[in-house]
Design a binder for this molecule. Structure first.
Ligand SMILES: Nc1ncnc2c1ncn2[C@@H]1O[C@H](COP(=O)(O)OP(=O)(O)OP(=O)(O)O)[C@@H](O)[C@H]1O
Length: 726
């Protein structure tokens, strides 16, 4: 590319950055002014000032976050207008746009226009910048006839995409906003409503697309989504750490990111589950088991039971219990809530008996006193608990695993061997597979204690108060013009503090098991069990979801082998499928070998081979036999890049020892050792794969497709490797 073109673009880029600097300086000055005003004034004034201070700090953080590659594209249109595309939208003081947000409709042709269907676009230009300097300019000419001679002479440049793909990996995923491809853009901008399933082979950008879609939806539907929040589910904490920089770099910080293991507030799932137990716990039939376990704690006694209330003896009759239970169930409330109805009915019945015994009609205060005496009598409490036990979700699930009688009663269809596989000691740590079951139980039980009920009421009250705050914030924005169009009333309301720290929507959502989100994004969705899907769908009654995954990479015993198999039962066919077909990560020779191994492993499995965007010489290699692992790692590693040694879980500590590495995984290290399940969703410049033959098909396929440059297989080799590799 001619340096004069570069120099010309540099002038524009300089102008855009100087606008960014100006806005940042202005916001800093506003922040300083608010802070200088000091702690005087009314409470309302103070709290507003705090709100604005936080708002300005947030805005500064956002302007800082878009510094890198702020502007990356230019569209030349048929009407001779040009438009620069960047991470955020900026305008000058006269409101003339200087930069178009990549998510705005006006930026769409940057990603969608093709030579076959150019629309109004004559030329698309990619600007590569490093530290505010234009280092490369590359053009896609969509309509060569419309270009004049000067413009035609200035074409060239290394592909921005290939430059991005060839960059060293750092242990943290980067955004792809500058080089989103058309099939990816179509997914990113797909309408908000309904369930969109994105199937794609390894490296086709599913994770990248899911994150950019979250950022896009928050931009395009900010009012609706900032109020209800967006939930992002990933497979592990390591993975969430890996992707943690993408959304902030896209200017979005309000998404709740979590894993199934952490889905229920207060529950920490730390243990790994055995394969048989994971499969059983993930099966949809477990919903019935949990329901039956709850129902089993609503019992009718076999015989009348005498209870002492003070000096009198009353009788709890089976038929009275049955009638009170029927009444409670008619409320269709959860177990613990319906128990209040049951207890009230039983106390009325017992109070009538009491009145008959003393031969008096009780009413008013007198009746209330008697009812209270009956309620607090120990015998009565025991009898009523036996008939309708107040339960906690964790207690219920723990009992199922630690008390064979309880499990046998709730799960009569499981074989003795299956029940044995589920057996745990009562103090065993929770596993990821337990969490959806605890969630299911919590749903059927409702709040179990007074404190929980009070907490729920408090939250409902806080929600109502917040509605008022949003209305007030809307008025403030209208009258002061604060926020520059990037701040909604919800965001400002999040910052209005009456007393104590206020929580953002994301923080409130993350702490509330019953929160329902405006949109849910699920990554590596093929791993989720039927029970996990139930827990997720519960959080998204609007069924506005993005589900991304690859059914050829499934490793969980309870995971999906086909999307219709898992989704049709829960979504009744109400989902749409999009496919991503180009692999941007793995050189072609590695991809072909991974597919060949997967097909050899299981000829019946349908493993589609994505087209690789590039190939590299010597990307794939084997051995040498008997070579020292440390030497292989040293020889293969590339300066400034990342290397992963992927080995079966059972071999991890031995491998770490051989390489002199600590057990704690830090993706920012140059060399890391991981098992295939942990490597899911991650990528490295170089992968040394140890004993692939000992891995399952899904695990081996995942492990083989993590490298962006080189894959070396050592130890026991898998079946199906192309002969040229050996
Ligand atoms: N349009 C693009 N421009 C630049 N890089 C891209 C593009 N699409 C994908 N990539 C890069 O390709 C790599 C793979 O992307 P990503 O991790 O999203 O794929 P995936 O489909 O989730 O893979 P897997 O299922 O194997 O985990 C990442 O480094 C990503 O940044």
């Amino acid at each position: 590319m001619t340096t004069s073109e570069q120099a010309r673009e540099q002038l524009v880029v300089d102008r855009v950055y100087s606008r960014l600097d100006e806005l940042r300086d202005r916001t800093r000055a506003q922040l300083a002014r608010v802070r200088r005003e000091g702690p005087s004034g009314t409470h309302q004034n103070r709290s507003e000032r705090d709100s604005f201070a936080t708002l300005y700090s947030d805005r500064i953080a956002q302007l800082d976050a878009v510094e890198d590659q702020l502007v990356f594209g230019r569209l030349d249109l048929r009407d001779e207008q040009s438009r620069y595309i960047g991470r955020i939208g900026l305008s000058d003081d006269e409101h003339t746009p200087v930069l178009t947000d990549w998510r705005a409709p006006a930026a769409r042709p940057f990603y969608q226009a093709t030579a076959a269907d150019p629309g109004d676009v004559v030329r698309r230009r990619h600007l590569q910048t490093r530290a505010r300097q234009v280092v490369a300019v590359e053009d896609d000419v969509l309509d060569a006839d419309a270009l004049d001679d000067e413009a035609r002479a200035g074409l060239a440049g290394e592909g921005a995409l290939l430059a991005a793909l060839g960059a060293h990996r750092t242990g943290r995923m980067s955004d792809i906003v500058a080089t989103i491809q058309a099939e990816q853009d179509a997914v990113i901008r797909s309408p908000l409503d309904g369930v969109l399933v994105v199937q794609g082979g390894p490296g086709t950008g599913k994770t990248a697309v899911a994150l950019h879609r979250a950022a896009y939806l928050l931009y395009a539907h900010r009012d609706r989504l900032t109020r209800s929040g967006v939930l992002l589910l990933g497979p592990s904490d390591v993975f969430l750490g890996y992707i943690s920089k993408v959304l902030p770099a896209l200017g979005e910080t309000g998404v709740v990111s979590t894993t199934i293991a952490d889905l229920v507030p207060g529950i920490r799932a730390s243990a790994r589950e055995g394969e048989v137990a994971a499969r059983l716990k993930g099966d949809a039939a477990m919903a019935r088991v949990i329901a039956r376990a709850v129902r089993a704690r609503q019992r009718v006694p076999d015989a009348p039971r005498e209870v002492r209330v003070g000096s009198r003896t009353l009788v709890v009759h089976p038929h009275d219990v049955e009638a009170a239970q029927a009444r409670a169930r008619r409320s269709h409330a959860p177990h613990n809530t319906a128990r209040v109805t049951f207890v009230r009915a039983m106390l009325q019945t017992l109070a009538r008996q009491y009145a008959e015994q003393i031969g008096a009609d009780l009413a008013g205060d007198e009746l209330a006193e008697v009812v209270e005496d009956i309620r607090s009598a120990r015998d009565v409490r025991v009898a009523l608990n036996l008939a309708w036990m107040p339960l906690t979700a964790t207690g219920l699930v723990r009992d199922l695993w630690s008390r064979p009688d309880r499990l046998a009663e709730a799960a009569p269809r499981l074989s003795a061997a299956e029940r044995e596989a589920l057996r745990r000691s009562p103090d065993a740590p929770w596993t990821e597979a337990d969490v959806p079951l605890i969630d299911e139980a919590a749903e059927l039980l409702g709040a179990s204690t007074e404190a929980e009920r009070a907490e729920r009421d408090r939250r409902a009250e806080a929600e109502r108060a917040r509605e008022d705050e949003v209305a007030y914030a809307r008025e403030t924005i209208r009258s002061t013009g604060v926020g520059g169009g990037m701040v909604t009333a919800e965001m400002l309301a999040d910052r209005f503090v009456e007393t104590g720290p206020s929580l953002t929507t994301a923080e409130r959502a993350a702490a509330d098991r019953e929160w329902t989100y405006g949109h849910v994004v699920v990554d590596e969705a093929q791993e989720l069990s039927a029970m996990a899907w139930r827990a997720i769908l519960r959080r998204c009654p609007s069924r506005s979801m993005t589900i991304v995954g690859d059914v050829a990479q499934t490793s969980s015993a309870a995971g999906a082998r086909s999307w219709p198999d898992v989704l049709d039962p829960v979504l009744r066919g109400q989902w749409r499928l999009a496919e991503l077909t180009v692999n941007y990560r793995t050189p072609a020779s590695i991809m072909a070998a991974a597919v060949a191994v997967a097909r050899a492993h299981d000829p019946s499995a349908a493993v589609a081979e994505p087209t690789s965007a590039r190939d590299l010489p010597d990307a794939l290699g084997v051995g040498p036999t008997g070579a020292d692992l440390a030497e292989v790692v040293a020889a293969e590693s590339v300066a400034g890049g990342t290397t992963a040694v992927i080995a079966p879980e059972s071999a991890l500590s031995a491998v770490r020892e051989r390489l002199g590495l600590a057990a704690r995984l830090d993706l920012e290290h140059d060399v890391v050792v991981v098992d295939p399940v942990t490597s899911k969703g991650l990528e490295f410049d170089v992968v040394v794969l140890v004993d692939a033959a000992a891995m399952s098909r899904g695990d081996c396929y995942v492990a083989m497709t993590r490298a962006t440059r080189r894959l070396r297989l050592v130890g026991a080799l898998p079946e199906g490797l192309p002969p040229s590799t050996r």
